[in-house]
Design a protein around this ligand. Structure first.
Ligand SMILES: O=P(O)(O)OC[C@@H](O)[C@@H](O)c1c[nH]c2ccccc12
Length: 386
């Protein structure tokens, strides 16, 4: 019988040279190491595993380093004006023997706001999911996944056809700020009603804890023959999620600038390109917009009118971020801007269109309507399906 010696596995997508110790690639590699070790352990029950004391100490050391790197990463993010800390809501690992000041500084921490809470939970969730579906298995699934659809192309075509911003209609049962929006929620029915109403693309919430969504909704909508390109509306904290989303039928994915520091954002964008996902990069304030305008290769930027830390909604945010030099730069770079959240009336649409958006992302105002197709007619004040 062949014995398996547990070792330190390399990140299957990006072997990380030791010189990149602080890069997101390296950090992902570390997380994947642990996930791979656990996955291999569970897959090889019939094979004797040599767990030497050095294996155990390698795992403990990796856990401690993971935690420590997380703390340092937050410090780097803070220098970019990012307020969301990426540490999971756990104390340092049990056997942590690192610097005392890091321990004291991070004791008894609780999330500062809802976005931070969501992100911390997501980190834990993704770590568990990775053990069930390791990256190598997802990569196999991607080989047989249907080709992705042209998300940006669909928005542009819709804008040209209708003269109003292309609609990304959101399939969302509930949200932390609004509670349950649609009691009798059938994602496929809602998706079909949106498509019938002239939506260019659909956004499908996949977070279950806070939005009562799920990847099964994304999959079901894709399998039901809906033709609109699909945005996987998720809180992306790890490149693994990009592979998972694509494997479940996503054509696009949301990357939140308030959560991802520049280096992570560039890394995620690269992987999106590699696996055929369009990235909708979301910003909420001037600092985030400026950071994203300094990154090359972004073709779609969403301006969220909702502050995800306080839930405050103000549609003049879209206008504010498109004024002056920023607007000029966006036009030069040929970026399509999406106005997101808090849009309810034809006057709201006209307001953000006047500000310069060519697409809008709308959930509440249409998902709440008994007939979401009719909801779209009321939102635009006209039928945009023809
Ligand atoms: O339901 P509204 O107000 O029309 O908003 C839709 C969409 O913009 C909102 O759901 C959203 C925008 N960015 C997000 C990030 C995560 C979760 C949700 C969102």
């Amino acid at each position: 019988m062949k014995a398996l010696r547990l070792g330190v596995y390399c990140d299957p997508i990006n072997p990380a040279p030791s010189t990149f110790k602080s890069s997101p690639i390296f950090m992902d590699a570390r997380k994947n190491n642990l996930a791979c070790i656990r996955a291999q352990q569970s897959k090889t029950k019939d094979v004797p595993i040599i767990t030497t004391s050095s294996n155990v100490s390698v795992i403990e050391e990796l856990k401690s380093k993971d935690w420590e790197i997380g703390v340092l990463k937050d410090e780097i993010a803070a220098t970019q004006g990012i307020r969301i800390r990426r540490r999971p809501p756990t104390a340092p690992p049990l056997h942590y023997v690192g610097p005392l000041e890091l321990l004291l500084q991070n004791e008894g921490n609780s999330p500062r706001n809802i976005l931070e809470e969501i992100v911390w939970n997501k980190d834990v969730e993704v770590t568990q999911m990775k053990e069930r579906y390791p990256l190598f298995s997802l990569k196999e699934a991607l080989n047989s996944a249907p080709p992705s659809r042209d998300f940006v192309g669909a928005l542009k075509a819709s804008y040209l056809r209708t003269g109003v911003p292309g609609l990304i209609a959101e399939v969302k049962k509930a949200s932390p700020s609004r509670g349950v929006l649609r009691e009798d929620f059938h994602p496929v029915e809602v998706a079909k009603a949106y498509e019938k109403g002239g939506a260019a693309c659909l956004s499908v919430l996949t977070d279950s804890k806070y939005f009562q969504g799920g990847f099964e909704n994304l999959e079901a909508i894709r399998n039901a023959g809906v033709k609109c390109p699909l945005l996987c509306k998720e809180f992306i904290v790890d490149a693994w999620q990009l592979y998972y989303g694509r494997a479940k039928g996503a054509d696009a994915v949301l990357l939140i600038a308030g959560v991802l520091p520049d280096l992570d954002m560039k890394y995620m964008l690269k992987i999106c390109k590699m696996i055929g996902l369009t990235a909708l990069v979301e910003v909420h304030d001037e600092n985030e917009m400026d950071r994203m305008l300094a990154i090359d290769g972004i073709e779609l930027i969403g301006i969220n009118n909702r502050n995800l830390e306080t839930f405050e909604v103000d549609i003049s945010n879209t206008k504010k971020l498109l004024e002056g030099e920023r607007g000029e730069k966006i036009r030069q770079k040929d970026i399509i801007v999406v106005g997101e959240s808090g849009l309810f009336t034809p006057a709201d649409i006209a307001y953000v269109q006047e500000a310069g958006v060519k697409a809008i992302l709308v959930g509440e105002s249409i998902v709440k309507q008994k007939d979401p197709t009719q909801g779209i007619i009321e939102l635009f004040g006209k039928d945009i399906s023809a």
